[in-house]
Write a protein that binds this ligand. Structure first.
Ligand SMILES: Nc1ncnc2c1ncn2[C@@H]1O[C@H](COP(=O)(O)OP(=O)(O)OP(=O)(O)O)[C@@H](O)[C@H]1O
Length: 803
C-alpha cells in the first residue's frame, strides 16, 4: 500500500520491488480467502485477529502495530462487514471502532483486487473533521502499510484543488471531509466513482445532521447504489429517514453496549460543579492551578472564547503549557497543535468541539467542560477524549444553576452517570480583578473579551434545547465583568431560525475550507475582508472597523473613547460628537500664531485671523515653533502636563565639538577637492571596505575570546552554586554531573560545534535550576507530596474538588 497525503500517490517503493510484491500478492489464494469468509460464523465471538480470515498484509500490519486481541465492536462488526453487510455500528468512545471499519475496507478491496490506478476508487471514508480524517489515515497507514499496495489518500482541503485532483484520479481509498470531496465530485472531471464498493461514515450521526445534510445527500447521489455502507459512532443514529437517505440495504445494527448501564466508559469518573456563569473562569483557573501535572482538555463553546481564555490565561502564566485549537486556525497550525497535545505529558488544551469527536489523544487525564455542550451526545463525545481503551480518566462540567436541571435530565436519558461535587472554598481563586486590569491595559485583549462575550451569548441564543439554555436566566452583566470587561457589550441577534443559522455557519466554514484559504488566527466574521487584504498589513483598527456588525460593542466602544476625551463630555453617539472627533483629526490646521505680545505675534496668517475671529485663545509654548490654540478642554489639559508638552517642543539637533571647541554636525560632508585628491572614488570605496572588513574580523576574534571567557566564568559560578545547593539539600552531586554529561553527549551527537555546544550547555542547567527551585519552593510553602503516578495527580486535582 502506498498511502499518500493528497497529491502524491506514486508508490514509495522502487518499481522493481513493487512489481515483485504484486506477483507475490497475485500468488496469494484470494479465492481461498473468499471461501473462508463465506464460511465465517457471524454469530461467533472472536478473540484474536488470527481467528479471522484476513490477508497476510493485514495480519502483518496488525502485528507490527501490536494489535492482537479484538475489542467487542471489532469482533462483531468485522465478521459481518467481511461478508459485505451494511452496518450501523455503535460502541462507546475509545472502544476501537476505527479498526472495526478499516480492516473490512482493506480486506474487501483486497479480495476484490481493487488495487492500482486502473481499479479506480474502491472505498470512501467520510469524517466530519480534518483532524479525524488525518488520524484515520494514519491508522490505515499503520495497519495497511505493511504490504498492501493500495493507493490511498486524504482529501480534506488545505491544499490546492489541482494538487488533490491529480492524486484523486489514481486513488483506491480516500479519507475525506464532506465539503471537499463534494467539490471534487462536482469539479474534477476525471474523478470516477463508478467502481466504488464501500462507503464509510465515521461519526455518522454528526455527518448526517443538518450541518452536513446537503453535502452528504449530494455526495450519495454521485455514488453507485450497489455498494456496502457502514456507519459508525458512539452515539449512533437509527433514524429511518437518515438510513433511507443512504439507501442502506437491510443494515445490521451492531451495538455492543446497548445493554450496558452507562453510555460512557466504565473507567471514566464524571462530575459536575454548579458554577454560576460569572464564576466559570475563576473555577477554571483554580482547577488548572491544582492540576498542573496533568494533561487537560478544556472545552469552550466558540473559537472566540477559546482565543480569549487562552490569551488571558497565557499572560497570567499558570505554570502549565497552554495551547489552543479551533476551527478557524490554519490547517498547519491545527495539525501542529494536535501533535503537540498528543505528545505532551502535561499540557492544557483549550478547544472547541472541533476536537470533541473521534480524536485519540493519548493519556488525557481530565476533560473539563466550561461551557455546557449543545446536547447529551456532544457531552458523551467530549468526555470520550479521556478514559480510552480501558484507561482511567476524569471529566468535570461546570453548569450554571439555570442549566442544571435540563442538562441532568438529558444526561440521565442517555444513561450518563454523573455526580455533583463542589469546589473547596479554600482552593477557589478569583481572577476577575486581574482580568479587568489586563483588559484595561491591553485593548486587544479587551476586544477579544468582547468578541468572546458576543459569541457566547449568540451561541446561547441559537441553542435548540431551551430546557437547558434559557438566555434570560444568565447574569450577563456579571459575566461581562468576569471577563474583565467594563460593561456588557450590546448584542444584536439575527432573526433567522436557529437551525438555519447553524446550517449556514457550517456551510460557510466548509466553503472556506474548500477554497483552502483558511482564515487567519483572527477567526472573526470578517473572514472575507481578511482575505481581500491578505497581502497587506491589517492593523487591529482595520479589523475593528471591518466588523460586519458595527452595533456590537458600540456603547462600550463609545465609552472607551469617552474615557479618553473625558473632560470634553463628548457623546460619540451624537452626530455633533462625531464632528468633534473630525475636528481633532485636523488640529494642525488650527494651530495659529499667538495673540499680540506672545513670542510669535509678528507672524500673521489667514488661519490666525480666522481663529481669532472665532474667539479662540492661543498659547505660546517655550521651545515650540508654533503656539497652540485652545480649542478643546483636552488641549487645555495637555498644556498642564509637562510630559505631553515635550511632544510639542522642537526636538533639536545633536552637535559634537572638536578639540578646539568648534561645534560640528555629527555627519558633515568633506570638501570635494580634498576627496578627489585622494584618488578614484571606486578605489577609495574598495579600500574603505577592506579596512572595515579587517577591523571587524579583528574585533570578532577578541569578542569571541571575551564571550568564551565569560561563559567559562558563568559555568564555573553555576557549578559552584549547584555544589553549594546540593550540599544544602543533601543531593548527590554525581547525579547532576551525570545528567550534564549525558546532555553534552546528546548535543555532540547532533553535531553542534564547540561554540554551539557551550551555548547549549547553559540551557538545561538554567531550566533544571528553575524547576528545581519551583519544586523546592512549593514543597517548602505547601508541604505538598511529589506527584509521580496518575493516582497522585488525581489526588492532587481532587483536592480542589471535594465531594
Ligand atoms: N484491538 C485493539 N487492541 C489494542 N488497542 C486497540 C484495539 N483497537 C483499538 N485500540 C486502541 O484504542 C484506542 C481507541 O480506538 P478508536 O480511536 O478506534 O476508538 P473509537 O471507538 O473510534 O472512539 P471514538 O468514539 O472516540 O471515535 C486507540 O488508541 C486504539 O489504538
Amino acid at each position: 500500500m502506498a498511502p499518500q497525503i493528497t497529491g502524491r500517490v506514486k508508490p514509495t517503493k522502487p518499481k522493481k520491488q513493487v512489481r515483485g510484491q504484486k506477483r507475490k500478492r497475485d500468488d496469494v489464494d484470494v479465492e481461498k480467502l473468499q471461501e473462508a469468509v463465506d464460511q465465517l460464523d457471524t454469530k461467533a465471538k472472536y478473540a484474536s485477529f488470527n481467528d479471522l480470515p484476513l490477508s497476510e498484509p493485514t495480519k502483518a500490519g496488525l502485528k507490527s502495530a501490536a494489535y492482537s486481541t479484538l475489542t467487542d465492536i471489532q469482533s462483531k462488526a468485522i465478521s459481518l462487514a467481511l461478508k459485505g453487510a451494511d452496518i450501523l455500528g455503535a460502541a462507546k468512545t475509545g472502544s476501537g471502532k476505527t479498526l472495526a471499519f478499516l480492516i473490512p475496507v482493506l480486506e474487501n478491496l483486497y479480495r476484490a483486487q481493487c488495487i492500482g490506478p486502473d481499479a479506480g476508487l474502491g472505498a470512501m471514508i467520510i469524517t466530519p473533521t480534518r483532524e479525524l480524517a488525518i488520524q484515520i489515515f494514519e491508522v490505515m497507514r499503520k495497519v495497511g502499510g505493511k504490504g498492501h499496495l493500495f493507493a490511498a489518500g486524504l482529501v480534506i482541503g488545505g491544499k490546492s484543488l489541482r494538487e488533490e485532483q491529480d492524486a484523486l484520479t489514481r486513488m483506491n481509498i480516500v479519507v475525506c471531509t464532506p465539503g471537499r470531496i463534494l467539490q471534487h465530485l462536482s469539479q474534477t472531471a476525471l474523478f470516477n466513482v463508478d467502481n466504488l464498493r464501500m462507503l464509510v461514515l465515521d461519526e455518522a450521526d454528526r455527518i448526517l445532521d443538518m450541518g452536513f445534510q446537503r453535502d452528504v445527500d449530494a455526495i450519495v447521489d454521485y455514488l453507485p447504489r450497489e455498494r456496502q455502507t457502514m456507519l459508525f459512532s458512539a452515539t449512533q443514529t437509527k433514524r429511518v429517514s437518515d438510513l433511507a437517505r443512504l439507501s442502506l440495504n437491510e443494515p445490521e445494527y451492531v451495538s455492543v453496549h446497548e445493554a450496558a448501564q452507562s453510555a460512557t466508559p466504565k473507567t471514566l469518573q464524571q462530575n459536575y460543579v454548579i458554577t454560576p456563569l460569572p464564576e466559570k473562569l475563576d473555577a477554571l483557573w483554580s482547577f488548572i492551578q491544582s492540576a498542573k501535572k496533568s494533561k487537560i482538555l478544556v472545552f469552550l463553546s466558540s473559537g472566540k472564547q477559546v482565543r480569549f481564555v487562552y490569551e488571558a490565561f497565557r499572560q497570567m502564566q499558570p505554570g502549565i503549557p497552554l495551547i489552543h485549537l479551533h476551527g478557524r486556525q490554519k490547517q498547519t497550525a491545527r495539525l501542529e497543535i494536535t501533535q503537540k497535545f498528543s505528545s505532551a505529558q502535561h499540557s492544557c488544551l483549550f478547544a472547541t468541539d472541533v476536537v470533541a469527536r473521534g480524536l485519540d489523544f493519548p493519556a488525557v487525564d481530565w476533560v473539563v467542560q466550561v461551557d455546557c455542550p449543545e446536547d447529551a451526545d456532544t457531552y458523551i463525545h467530549r468526555v470520550g477524549r479521556t478514559a480510552r481503551y480501558e484507561r482511567d480518566g476524569r471529566a468535570v462540567i461546570f453548569l450554571d444553576p439555570s442549566e442544571e436541571e435540563g442538562m441532568l435530565t438529558r444526561l440521565e436519558q442517555k444513561k450518563v452517570p454523573i455526580e455533583k461535587i463542589n469546589i473547596r472554598t479554600n482552593k477557589k481563586q478569583s481572577i476577575k480583578d486581574q482580568l479587568q486590569n489586563m483588559c484595561f491595559q491591553d485593548p486587544q485583549l479587551k476586544y477579544l473579551g468582547q468578541k468572546a462575550f458576543a459569541s457566547y451569548v449568540r451561541s446561547l441564543h441559537i441553542q435548540k434545547d431551551k430546557e437547558i439554555f434559557k438566555l434570560e436566566k444568565y447574569p450577563l452583566e456579571e459575566f461581562a465583568a468576569s471577563l474583565g470587561l467594563p460593561g456588557a457589550p450590546r448584542i444584536k441577534f439575527l432573526k433567522a431560525d436557529p437551525e438555519e443559522i447553524k446550517r449556514r455557519k457550517n456551510a460557510s466554514r466548509q466553503a472556506a475550507v474548500s477554497e483552502s484559504e483558511e482564515e487567519d488566527d483572527d477567526g472573526d466574521e470578517d473572514g472575507g475582508k481578511a482575505k481581500n487584504k491578505k497581502n497587506g498589513v491589517r492593523t487591529k483598527y482595520d479589523r475593528m472597523f471591518e466588523r460586519k456588525n458595527q452595533d456590537i460593542l458600540a456603547d462600550h466602544y463609545a465609552k472607551m473613547v469617552r474615557d479618553d476625551d473625558d473632560k470634553d463630555n463628548v457623546d460619540l453617539n451624537r452626530l455633533d460628537g462625531e464632528q468633534e472627533a473630525d475636528d481633532d483629526l485636523f488640529d494642525i490646521k488650527r494651530r495659529i500664531p499667538a495673540e499680540e505680545g506672545a513670542p510669535n505675534s509678528d507672524i500673521s496668517t489667514k488661519d490666525a485671523a480666522d481663529a481669532r475671529a472665532a474667539g479662540l485663545k492661543a498659547v505660546a509654548i517655550p521651545g515650540a515653533k508654533d503656539p497652540v490654540i485652545l480649542d478643546s478642554k483636552r488641549r487645555e489639559k495637555l498644556l498642564k502636563s509637562k510630559k505631553k508638552l515635550l511632544k510639542l517642543k522642537d526636538k533639536g539637533s545633536k552637535i559634537i565639538y572638536d578639540d578646539d571647541g568648534n561645534a560640528h554636525e555629527i555627519y558633515e560632508l568633506e570638501d570635494e577637492a580634498d576627496f578627489r585628491a585622494r584618488g578614484e572614488a571606486e578605489a577609495q570605496r574598495k579600500k574603505f571596505l577592506e579596512e572595515e572588513a579587517e577591523r571587524v574580523k579583528m574585533a570578532d576574534v577578541s569578542d569571541k575570546a571575551l564571550a568564551k571567557e565569560k561563559r567559562k566564568a558563568k559555568r564555573e559560578k553555576r557549578k559552584e552554586k549547584e555544589r553549594a545547593d546540593a550540599e544544602e539539600d543533601g543531593v548527590q552531586l554525581e547525579a547532576d554531573e551525570d545528567g550534564f554529561e549525558n546532555f553534552k553527549r546528546d548535543a555532540a551527537g547532533l553535531g553542534y560545534s564547540d561554540e554551539e555546544e557551550s551555548e547549549v550547555e547553559e540551557k538545561p542547567a538554567k531550566k533544571q535550576k528553575k524547576w528545581f527551585q519551583e519544586e523546592g519552593k512549593r514543597k517548602d510553602l505547601h508541604k505538598e507530596k511529589e506527584i509521580e503516578t496518575l493516582g497522585d495527580l488525581e489526588a492532587e486535582a481532587a483536592k480542589l474538588l471535594g465531594s
